[in-house]
Design a protein around this ligand. Structure first.
Ligand code: AMP
Length: 186
């Protein structure tokens, strides 16, 4: 059973690694960005509220994201473990989430941090070409990451949960390093 949080800048390969691990471990891969993008595409209430922030590359208000995560984690398939990709995204989300887990006598096992240099990220994001991957929003998303998400490295580090993986390697090598970290705990 694993409860894992993936932290890393946009373009670090979190999504790819989380999807691969999810298949292998048979636990759901929960990407808040993907859920939000689907909500926007389907023009749900949540999507209509989130679109404005996503188009800018800013964070969607905490409460909206927290509600969607809580709902998703209450589903049957998430009772034996999960991989969170893109949540928590700032200190306030991390605090609230930690309290939610403790209230259920749960905790995350590891926060996996995929480290990739900025220059490589920009190159990767421009190649990906998603709707919110324009040069301007990329810059903004990297700034948001540095200001809001980077502090989570200390948050999970202080709790002994952080495992660093070098993301600037061939995808198979990243998978291998990740597997090693998860099996040995180092
Ligand atoms: P991602 O696919 O993780 O890069 O997320 C795409 C966009 O969805 C982000 O730029 C944010 O606007 C929004 N988003 C995803 N996860 C979160 C979160 N945990 N908190 C706030 N906004 C989020």
């Amino acid at each position: 059973m694993s409860r894992l949080i993936f932290i890393g800048p946009p373009g670090s390969g979190k999504g790819t690694q989380a999807a691969e691990l999810s298949k292998r471990e048979k636990i759901p891969h929960i990407s808040t960005g993907e859920i939000l993008r689907n909500s926007v595409a389907n023009k749900t209430d949540l999507g209509l509220k989130a679109k404005y922030y996503m188009d800018q590359g800013s964070l969607v208000p905490d409460q909206l994201v927290f509600d969607l995560v809580e709902e998703r984690l209450s589903q049957e398939d998430a009772q034996n473990g999960w991989i969170l990709d893109g949540f928590p995204r700032n200190s306030s989300q991390a605090e609230t989430f930690q309290q939610m887990l403790y209230a259920k006598n749960r905790d995350c096992d590891y926060a996996i941090f995929l480290e990739v240099p900025d220059a490589i990220l920009i190159e990767r994001l421009l190649l990906r070409g998603r709707a919110d991957d324009t040069a301007e929003t990329i810059r903004h998303r990297l700034d948001v990451y540095q200001e809001e998400t980077q502090p989570l490295i200390d948050f999970y580090g202080a709790r002994g949960k952080l495992r660093r993986i070098r993301g600037n390697q061939p995808v198979e090598k990243v998978t291998q390093d990740l597997q090693h970290a998860l099996t040995t705990g180092h």
